[in-house]
Design a protein around this ligand. Structure first.
Ligand SMILES: Cc1cc2nc3c(=O)[nH]c(=O)nc-3n(C[C@H](O)[C@H](O)[C@H](O)COP(=O)(O)OP(=O)(O)OC[C@H]3O[C@@H](n4cnc5c(N)ncnc54)[C@H](O)[C@@H]3O)c2cc1C
Length: 433
């Protein structure tokens, strides 16, 4: 019977190497070149980062999300989950290991739907970690509901002309190309009216109006762009997967992206729990260590319980993705992980912050950033509420309404049936009295 919770020793050795490597070699990048992980490498950054990437390649851990045909190891999602737990500690780590969002999902799209020329020009450098990409779907007036998107792509001879606005297009100011979702046939239903286009960022008519800073970032800072597409003319080959395919492509791409975020969140939440425990053991107040106070013990126990449940669920989901090799079959579980993820990170980071007292809320500790990150996870790749609706619908699919006024588990009817089933023995009992 195959029901195993152990990592094989060979891969565990790689994970152990990655754990030390990320803590000692990669986390320092977060402190020196904060927010610069998505800028193409140059100067000192290239000199510092290229040798680190080479070490990752030498270990066979570069781009582990990819199959061998695209230069990866074909390790699958379960091994990626175990690695991503380690990478989640650091914002530079996914880039150093060649598996950062949104580029992973964008690479998948081009690999499946790109022309040979697009693959040569964009996919290979993307897989090599030499350039970055943007997924440009959300609009200022609509995010969760794609039927409200209005950006248009109109066919004009051998070209399409794109007009509209996009919002929260992450990394657009440093990306080499954008994958843009636009309405090609407004008369069709939501699932078929939109298409995807691969658009080089330097195409005339693309204006990055400003970056929208997240809380804590400077006004007009950060990396999430408001973009105006004005008469952006692209050749017909820029269309990915055919007209009307955008919704189907988005679902495939976002499925992987969501579970990868969940994997990394395990690592970040574990980091917060580790910090909470260290502080609880280090600080003494009112005659004993914080770790001796029952409230703090409660924080630690609740955090451990939440994190362990989440981790096992994410690993199980990754295992299912490998088993079925079809994101659609695991949609319910991916959406469930997406729902739980912000709460797990928020709760553990918040408790860790509280245990650190005043120091916890300063910019000398990372807790506020983690809590911001938790809030972002409740929105990016779709709001929690929408994923709850998905989960509920999927769960309900496995159930049927009662064909009677009373529920199936209504005790009086079941009891009557049980009594009838054992009637002869019940009669015997009465007879024996
Ligand atoms: C940090 C960050 C990075 C992002 N990166 C990208 C990116 O690279 N590319 C991109 O295209 N987009 C990106 N997004 C946008 C993200 O996908 C959207 O924010 C998300 O889809 C929600 O859309 P919205 O913000 O317009 O919220 P809305 O659609 O206006 O929803 C607002 C709120 O309404 C409620 N709600 C919405 N729909 C329902 C429903 N059906 N049932 C019940 N309640 C509902 C929820 O509470 C929801 O939070 C990013 C967002 C963030 C925060």
């Amino acid at each position: 019977m195959a029901w195993d919770f152990e990592t094989d020793p060979e891969f565990q050795a790689k994970l152990d190497w990655a754990d030390t490597f990320v803590r000692e070699e990669v986390e320092p990048l977060d402190l020196v070149w904060e927010h610069e992980q998505f800028a193409p490498l140059d100067g000192g950054r290239r000199k510092a980062v290229d040798p680190l990437k080479q070490q990752v390649r030498d270990q066979g851990l570069w781009a582990t999300h990819l199959g061998p045909e695209l230069g990866g190891q074909g390790y699958g999602q379960l091994k990626l989950a175990l690695l991503n737990e380690i990478l989640g500690r650091s914002s530079w780590a996914p880039v150093v290991f060649g598996c950062q969002a949104p580029d992973t999902g964008n690479a998948e799209i081009i690999a499946h739907y790109g022309t040979e020329e697009q693959k040569r020009r964009y996919l290979q450098p993307l897989l090599d970690g030499e350039l970055f990409s943007t997924y440009s779907m959300t609009e200022p007036q609509a995010g969760a509901d794609p039927s409200e998107f209005t950006t248009r792509a109109v066919r004009d001879g051998d070209h399409y002309v794109i007009n509209g606005w996009k919002y929260f297009s992450s990394n657009a100011s440093t990306a080499s190309f954008l994958i843009v979702m636009a309405v090609t046939d407004p008369d069709l239903d939501t699932y078929h009216r939109m298409s995807m286009f691969l658009v080089p960022t330097d195409t005339p008519g693309i204006e990055i109006v400003r970056n929208v800073g997240l809380a804590g970032e400077p006004m007009n800072g950060g990396s999430h762009a408001l973009i105006h597409y004005q008469d952006v003319r692209v050749p017909a080959e820029a269309l990915l997967g055919g007209e009307g395919q955008a919704f189907a492509i988005a679902q495939t791409r976002l499925g992987g992206g969501r579970i990868h975020h969940a994997m990394r969140t395990i690592g970040l939440a574990q980091k917060a729990l580790d910090m909470m425990c260290e502080r609880a053991l280090s600080r003494t107040t009112a005659g004993s260590r914080l770790s001796d106070k029952q409230f703090v013990q409660g924080y630690i126990a609740e955090s451990y319980a939440q994190l362990t449940q989440f981790r096992l669920f994410v690993l199980n989901t990754a295992w299912k993705i490998d088993k079925y090799n079809d994101y659609k079959k695991v949609r319910k579980d991916i959406a469930t992980a997406k729902i739980v993820m912000p709460t797990v990170l928020h709760d553990i980071a918040w408790r860790a912050m509280q245990v650190h007292g005043a120091l916890g809320v300063t910019n000398e500790m990372p807790f506020f950033r983690m809590i911001n990150g938790a809030a972002v996870m409740g929105l990016a790749d779709g709001p929690t509420e929408v994923h709850k609706v998905t989960v509920a619908k999927q769960v309900l699919r496995d159930h049927r309404p009662s064909d009677d006024l009373w529920p199936t588990e209504w005790i009086p009817r079941k009891q009557a049936a049980a009594r009838e089933k054992f009637a002869q023995f019940l009669e015997l009992e009465v007879g024996n009295l």
